[in-house]
Design a binder for this molecule. Structure first.
Ligand code: GSF
Length: 221
C-alpha cells in the first residue's frame, strides 16, 4: 500500500471532507497538521508542494494533489474496493460531479466569502447579501434532498462528504431553520450516524463552529 499523507487541520471543512473519505475507504494514512491559523501553509516548504497554499493537500507516493474534490474522487478511483462512493456509470458520475462542483462553487464560496474577511481582517461582521447567499445555499440543498436520502441520489457518495462538511459549517454562521429545511437537517442527522463521522467531521466541526460563534458577532438583518 503506498504511503498516503493528508496535510490539513480538522477545523477546515474541505480537510474534513477528505478525512471522511479516507475513513470511509479504510485507507491507512498519515495526517500532518498544518497550522493555517499561524499561516504555516504559506511556508516555503508547503508552497513547494502546493503553490495554491491551501489545505487539504494529499501526498501519494511522492505525488501531490490538492482541492478536496479532486482528492476524494482520486482516492475512490485508486483505493476504493468498489465504486459506490464515486460511481463509474457515466450518468451517475455526472450527477455526483455536479454536486461536487455545487459544493466547490456555491456552498464553499458562500462560506469563504464570510470567513476570509474574518481570518484576514479580523472582521466580526456578516452583511445581508452574504446572509442571503447562505440562505440560497440552504434552499438549493433542501431541493436536492427533496425526495432523496443523499445529496446525489439514494446512496452515499463523496458528494455527501463535501456538502456535509460545508453545510454543517455554514450552520455555525446561520442556523438551519427546522421548519424551512427539514430534509437537510434529516440528512445531516443521517450522516452523523456514520461510524467515522465523529473523527471525520464531528470533532473539527465543533472546534470550527466555536471559532465562528466567538468571532462573528454582527449580523446585518
Ligand atoms: C478549498 C481549499 C481552501 O481554500 C478544496 O480543497 O475543496 N476548493 C478547495 N482551503 C482553505 C482552508 S479552509 O478551512 O477552507 C485554505 O487553505 N485557505 C488558505 C488560503 O491561503 O487560501
Amino acid at each position: 500500500m503506498s504511503r498516503v499523507v493528508l496535510y490539513g487541520a480538522d477545523i477546515s471543512p474541505p480537510v474534513r471532507t477528505c478525512l471522511l473519505t479516507l475513513k470511509a475507504l479504510n485507507i491507512p494514512f498519515e495526517y500532518k497538521f498544518v497550522d493555517i491559523v499561524a499561516r504555516e501553509h504559506f511556508s516555503e516548504e508547503f508552497i513547494k508542494k502546493n503553490p495554491q497554499h491551501t489545505v487539504p493537500l494529499l501526498e501519494d507516493n511522492g505525488k501531490y494533489i490538492w482541492d478536496s474534490h479532486a482528492i476524494c474522487s482520486y482516492l475512490v478511483d485508486k483505493y476504493g474496493q468498489n465504486d459506490k462512493l464515486y460511481p463509474k456509470d457515466l450518468y451517475q458520475r455526472a450527477i455526483v460531479n455536479q454536486r461536487l462542483y455545487f459544493d466547490a462553487s456555491i456552498l464553499y464560496m458562500a462560506l469563504r466569502n464570510v470567513v476570509l474577511p474574518m481570518w484576514r481582517e479580523n472582521s466580526n461582521f456578516v452583511p445581508k447579501d452574504k446572509i442571503m447567499n447562505i440562505l440560497e445555499c440552504y434552499n438549493l440543498t433542501e431541493t436536492f434532498l427533496e425526495n432523496r436520502q443523499y445529496i446525489a441520489g439514494d446512496s452515499l457518495t463523496i458528494a455527501d462528504f463535501g456538502c456535509l462538511a460545508t453545510v454543517s459549517s455554514l450552520n455555525g454562521i446561520i442556523e438551519l431553520d427546522k421548519e424551512k429545511y427539514p430534509k437537510t437537517l434529516e440528512w445531516i442527522e443521517r450522516l452523523s450516524k456514520l461510524p467515522y463521522y465523529e473523527e471525520g467531521n464531528g470533532k473539527g466541526l465543533r472546534e470550527y463552529v466555536a471559532i465562528l460563534k466567538s468571532r462573528l458577532t454582527e449580523f446585518e438583518m
